[in-house]
Design a protein around this ligand. Structure first.
Ligand code: PFF
Length: 450
């Protein structure tokens, strides 16, 4: 049995750590590219609704269950309802999701890391900024993306092993505001480019004919991915939270900060996409093509590009630490392995899955499963199946299986008087979030007709 567990020392620490997990490639890479592929504002609006109506309630539910149980995710869900050990399946599905996500996330992180020296060389030599050609040859290559990916996985493993993860989280307290500042600078430059306004319209003027069941499901899945929900990560983080944290205000601030970073990234990218005549639906390459282009229109632009990718790499690192911790905590806790062994097994598993994911964008581009390459398939399964279903199960446990008084006690902890938002949030956890997940899910798979 555990005797002593590490925890976040303060409310501020709990907030920072949660933000460090939430803010990552999801904000600067995935959100813009999905918004682009799915037609812009209508998707963005659906995503915002998904964060507010489903994401926030589930984030609170995960933190509450975690803090109540004070164990890793598998153990928490195995024991949270007496005699209903089968809820542990949430934790197990979360471990699978963590591997699936890390397999493609580490590939994308590899691109981001490689852009640091690449743009630095361009800056020192004073050559033109990186163009789409550079990105395509990187992402569809063989050895180059694989080596960067392996490097990223080794880097994260070392951080987790050396026990300096907390240090990284603390560092994000400093780097996150700088990233925010840089994004704002980028926004100002992008928004003042000729023709930029089209990008703003694309992001904020909804054309609802672009919405379909599949698009709505992907917005919901993105909300889960963004807030690291539906797979036990935030349950584990809840288990580290001290009783001084007011769960609802804390989660609201996290959701708000995370959404803000996504919107700022969108505002840096889309005006530039339209100003430079790039294709908004170009997919995963969007970030890598548009950001160097925006900075190229600024003095010292290449240096700003270096800084941008450096800070993005740090943000991705925070998210990956929280991802890798899911299997590592389980292997070293429940399976009784030494931590280095647990990290080694996890890293190997990620690389084994990550190799075909990376190659599916190049060498193995013709290999399709269910009409998708392996990279897209892993992403599709975690985003459209594992995370929403995990979220549904969590809402059902919190809203229907746990005694209400017990659950509310966690939400009321540290609140001076019983605030109005607690019963509201409880209603969302119990009724609205699960109902919406079920509806969006069925609709996404065409149950109500196309
Ligand atoms: N929220 C992270 C991002 O948006 O980049 C991704 C992520 C991290 C998802 C941790 C899930 C997770 F457990």
């Amino acid at each position: 049995m555990e005797t002593q567990r590490d925890g976040f020392a303060s409310s501020v620490g709990a907030f920072t750590a949660t933000v460090a997990s939430a803010v990552g490639l999801g904000n600067i890479w995935k959100f813009p590219y999905l918004a682009g592929v799915n037609g812009g504002a209508a998707f963005v609006l659906t995503y915002l609704l998904a964060v507010a109506l489903v994401g926030l309630p589930i984030l609170v539910a995960e933190h509450a269950i975690g803090r109540k149980m004070r164990q890793d995710a598998v153990a928490s869900y195995a024991r949270v309802v007496p005699k209903e050990g089968f809820w542990a399946v949430i934790g197990y599905a979360g471990i699978v999701a963590a591997f699936f996500i890390m397999a493609f996330y580490s590939d994308v992180a590899g691109w981001v890391f490689s852009y640091i020296p690449k743009s630095l060389i361009a800056a020192i030599r004073g050559t033109a900024p990186l163009e789409s050609k550079a990105f395509i040859s990187l992402s569809s290559g063989t050895w180059e993306p694989l080596l960067w990916q392996a490097g990223v996985v080794v880097f994260i493993s070392i951080i987790v092993l050396a026990g300096v993860s907390k240090g990284i989280e603390r560092a994000t307290k400093l780097t996150m505001p700088i990233l925010l500042g840089l994004l704002i600078l980028c926004d100002i430059r992008a928004l003042t480019l000729p023709g930029a306004f089209k990008g703003v319209q694309f992001l904020f003027e909804p054309d609802f004919s672009k919405l379909s069941g599949a698009v709505i499901l992907s917005a919901l899945g993105l909300a889960f991915f963004k807030l690291s929900l539906g797979m036990g990560t935030m349950t584990t983080y809840g288990s580290y939270m001290p009783h001084t944290v007011r769960l609802v205000p804390n989660a609201s601030r996290v959701a708000l900060a995370d959404t803000l970073v996504s919107i700022l990234a969108g505002l840096a990218i889309f005006p530039a996409v339209f100003a430079f005549g790039f294709e908004p639906a170009s997919g995963p390459s969007l970030l890598f093509i548009s950001i160097p282009a925006v900075f190229s229109k600024m003095p010292l632009g290449n240096y700003f590009t270096v800084l941008f990718f450096l800070l993005s790499a740090l943000a991705a690192t925070g998210a990956m630490i929280s991802l890798i911790e899911v299997p590592v905590a389980w292997l070293s806790g429940k399976m009784n392995l030494k931590r280095p062994t647990a990290v080694l097994i996890t890293a190997t598993g990620i690389l084994v899955l990550g190799l075909p994911a990376t190659l599916s964008l190049g060498l193995w581009a013709d290999v399709k499963l269910f009409n998708m390459g392996f990279f897209d398939l892993l992403d599709y399964i975690q985003q459209n199946l594992l995370l929403p279903l995990g979220g549904l199960a969590i809402a059902l446990v919190a809203g229907w299986r746990l005694p209400k008084a017990e659950f509310l006690r966690e939400l009321e902890t540290a609140e001076p008087n019983k605030p109005w938002y607690i019963p509201v949030l409880y209603t969302f956890i119990k009724f609205i979030a699960p109902a919406l997940i079920i509806l969006v899910f069925l609709n996404g798979f065409g149950v109500f007709g196309k």
